[in-house]
Design a binder for this molecule. Structure first.
Ligand SMILES: [Zn+2]
Length: 461
């Protein structure tokens, strides 16, 4: 049977059985125009459920025998979007990667809630642009009134949808939470964003009922854990609570957190006391650990106190291995420590250690990948500027996640000095050991010892 006909057949079949969602299985298929790679991956939370390979006409198919109802995500490199699935659903998606979210349309059983969620996602994106320019600078009363009216509009749309189609209780709950927590999040962030944009502190001018919705929020609904507005709300809410309940004199002075260790331990304890759902708790703990360890750049002994406390509170965290790796990684690249002895390949195909590259001189290691051409262009231009301005340093490029042939091709094309370029076939180890957490990160070394492992090609020179 020709493929198009087959899909039409399935689609018609699916439409006929709309009345009764009997089968416990789910069918999810689609077509990707301009695919960026061959795979589509289906997630429930952070767990991979299944993956599908695109066929010759860029179509993919998932057939799942049995699933639990709820929010899923599907991923195609560079793109990530919601999928709400219930037993008996039979969905077709069509999308174009050049305009991913805007082009995404669902049809079949389960189409209504999915098209609704993607439309809401697009509306929220648009609204967020106005938040910073228009809404956050408003005074508290105007801001509150505006948030209420925006929320009411969304509630009306949802009301209409539930009158027209028969949504399950779970689907309705997701849709309702998607609206509520979007605006609750904006309110949690308001005093800080208002201050940032106007310079005016507003915390003391908030009325008693500004945060009255807090009486109705849940810290214990698994279905919401990966709903973006809900998780974003939780992060802002915990931040806000920590900030306003921190009585420790030294932690916050003139609105700036002075004692990051105290502040982040305070935050861990708060999460422990208010959040009930285990996975949400684990994710929020992870968020604090990553923020504290990576961004606050605290002293080594403080990091040790923090990680001890972390283990006591959340030793069985689902992300504990990742967090331990991060802690160890950071500990190993503190100033004056030996550069970790990783092996890379030179343009002759010989392996050489970072140590040998860095011995006897001042070296700045920077990172790039053949997969990100624009970043490669930018960073090589930046390197030629920096090498002229800082002749004491040797700038050494390490390419990750690249194919060796493609890598050599780019060196030749860009006319780069082959003595200063190396290639790694183990991007993950490199990333974890050297904590490459953003594309412009660089590591400054002297005689193979770390000077600063958390530098930035644009900010540090
Ligand atoms: Zn505190």
């Amino acid at each position: 049977m020709p493929r198009k006909l087959l899909y039409l057949f399935i689609f018609v079949l699916a439409s006929c059985s709309k009345e009764e969602k009997k089968s416990p299985g789910v069918f999810f298929a689609g077509e990707i125009v301009n695919p960026t790679n061959e795979y589509v991956v289906l997630y429930k939370g952070d767990v991979v459920i299944d993956s599908a390979k695109l066929d010759d006409s860029n179509r993919f198919t998932f057939k799942l025998d049995s699933i639990s109802n709820g929010l899923y995500h599907f991923f195609h490199p560079g793109e990530y979007q919601y999928l709400y699935l219930e037993q008996g659903d039979s969905l077709m998606a069509r999308l174009n990667t050049t305009d991913f979210d805007e082009s995404l349309v669902f049809s079949g059983i389960g189409e209504e809630i999915n098209n609704y969620l993607i439309n809401q996602y697009l509306l929220n994106e648009e609204e967020e642009r106005n938040l910073f320019s228009i809404y956050y600078p408003m005074g508290p009363q105007d801001f509150e009134r505006r948030m209420d009216s925006l929320r009411n509009l969304k509630l009306e749309t949802l009301q209409k949808l539930t009158e027209e189609v028969d949504l399950s209780k779970e689907a309705k709950d997701i849709a309702q939470a998607n609206i509520d927590y979007t605006y609750y999040n904006y309110k949690e962030r308001y005093p800080y964003e208002h201050r940032k944009s106007t310079g005016e502190p507003v915390m003391n001018r908030l009325t008693d009922d500004f945060y009255s919705y807090r009486d109705n929020i849940t810290y214990n609904n698994r279905q919401f854990n990966y709903l973006r507005p809900y998780y974003n709300f939780m992060k802002s809410h915990i931040e806000n609570l920590t900030y306003t309940t921190c009585s420790h004199e030294c932690a916050i002075k003139e609105d700036v957190v002075k004692n990051q260790l105290h502040y982040n331990r305070h935050k861990l304890k708060l999460i422990d006391s208010v959040v009930q759902e285990k996975e949400l708790k684990d994710n929020l703990y992870r968020n604090v650990a990553f923020y504290y360890l990576l961004r606050s750049r605290d002293k080594e002994e403080n990091n040790a106190i923090f990680i001890d406390e972390f283990h006591q509170l959340s030793g069985n965290n689902r992300h504990i291995e990742e967090i331990n790796d991060l802690y160890e990684g950071i500990r190993n690249i503190q100033p004056n420590k030996d550069l970790p002895n990783l092996w890379v390949t030179n343009s002759e195909g010989e392996t050489i250690s970072l140590h040998d590259i860095a011995k006897g001189k001042k070296v700045v290691f920077y990172f790039w990948s053949t997969n990100y051409k624009k970043h490669f262009e930018d960073i090589t231009n930046r390197v030629s500027e920096l090498s002229k301005a800082n002749p004491r340093y040797t700038f050494v490029g390490i390419s990750t996640a690249s194919d060796e042939v493609a890598w050599k091709g780019l060196l030749a094309k860009k006319n780069l000095d082959e003595n200063l370029q190396f290639w790694s076939d183990n991007a993950n180890t490199l990333r974890r050991t050297l904590i490459i957490d953003h594309p412009n990160k660089c590591i400054i070394t002297e005689d193979a010892k770390i000077v600063d492992a958390f530098s930035d090609m644009y900010a540090s020179f």
